[in-house]
Design a protein around this ligand. Structure first.
Ligand SMILES: C[S@@+](CC[C@H](N)C(=O)[O-])C[C@H]1O[C@@H](n2cnc3c(N)ncnc32)[C@H](O)[C@@H]1O
Ligand SMILES: *[C@@H]1O[C@H](CO)[C@@H](O)[C@H](O)[C@H]1NC(C)=O
Ligand SMILES: *[C@@H]1O[C@H](CO)[C@@H](O)[C@H](O)[C@H]1NC(C)=O
Ligand SMILES: *[C@@H]1O[C@H](CO)[C@@H](O)[C@H](O)[C@H]1NC(C)=O
Length: 249
């Protein structure tokens, strides 16, 4: 009886060894990967259910395909020539009026350290400087020095709590809007101001990555901020100005 059991164990030994090794490897891997898995989830899927009234456009097969679509227009040499010459003064003037109005409402000050997100060739940065907000810079996928640095708004190249003021009129270009907003809340100082110009009344062109149908999704995404103002504007095809203030604590 006892020898039978021993024989059986001897026959089973390779299998038992195999099962033991497999379990060990599995345990090792599952201890090792949660960090990577979490990071991937944080980038590509919303933290919880996406607010209704905000739809991510389907059809971007990969992040690279999204970037290529954005770069396709931004890198166009003929357009860059027009943006930096014929368009320049008109756009700086209109942006200056928006920023002047924000100064009058005590949302922006000469001393505000300011960031423009998706600033392309930087007319909005030039406008900030024109109205006296000298410590200003922009980011875009394509740099345009010295006004615009290279940077992806899904991963802003700045430390936490860097800016007093952030402006953007490119929310619709965010493939991951919760990241776009999360990065703004990360790099704004406590009590800092974020001003977004968005389009609610119709759908933007093929370069957009999401569609926004009301201000409500923004209120949900800005988890650590207070909604200060909503007003109608006429800003290069965008119709609504929304102002948030990051909480003081
Ligand atoms: C409609 S243009 C707006 C340009 C500028 N704000 C203006 O009003 O003249 C959108 C800009 O967003 C930039 N962009 C798109 N996706 C981006 C990303 N993930 N990170 C940074 N910039 C991005 C594009 O390169 C493009 O310059
Ligand atoms: C980029 O634009 C060119 C010219 O408009 C077009 O032929 C090409 O298919 C575009 N590429 C992408 C990735 O959208
Ligand atoms: C802010 O800067 C503008 C432009 O340089 C200047 O005219 C204005 O007096 C400054 N405002 C304050 C409060 O210093
Ligand atoms: C901002 O820059 C302008 C032009 O260079 C200068 O006249 C002005 O004094 C500067 N303002 C501040 C607050 O430094």
């Amino acid at each position: 009886m006892k020898t039978d059991l021993l024989k059986l164990l001897l026959i089973l030994k390779p299998f038992l060894l195999f099962i033991f090794l497999s379990l060990s490897i599995f345990a090792f891997l599952s201890l090792k990967t949660p960090h990577q898995t979490l990071q991937k989830t944080a980038t590509t899927t919303p933290p919880e259910k996406l607010p209704s009234d905000l739809k991510i456009r389907p059809g971007y097969s990969s992040y690279d395909a999204y970037l290529q679509r954005q770069l396709n227009k931004t890198l166009n040499p003929k357009l860059r020539e027009i943006w930096t010459t014929r368009d320049w003064d008109r756009k700086v003037k209109v942006f200056s009026e928006f920023f002047e109005s924000l100064k009058q409402r005590d949302l922006l000050f000469n001393g505000s350290k300011s960031l423009c997100i998706g600033a392309r060739v930087g007319q909005e940065v030039a406008a900030l400087k024109r109205v006296g907000v000298n410590n200003s810079v922009g980011i875009d996928l394509v740099p345009y020095p010295p006004l615009v640095l290279k940077g992806d708004f899904h991963h802003q190249p700045f430390d936490d709590e860097t800016f007093d003021f952030e402006f953007s009129n490119v929310f619709d270009h965010a493939l991951y809007p919760w990241k776009f907003v999360g990065e703004i809340e990360r790099t704004l100082k406590r009590g800092g101001i974020c001003v977004l110009h968005v389009l609610l009344s119709r759908r933007a062109d093929k370069y957009s990555a999401n569609d926004l149908y009301s201000v409500k999704p923004l209120e949900e995404l800005f988890k650590n901020s207070e909604l200060m103002e909503i007003r109608s504007i006429d800003g290069f095809g965008l119709d609504t100005e929304v102002v948030f203030r990051k909480n003081k604590n």
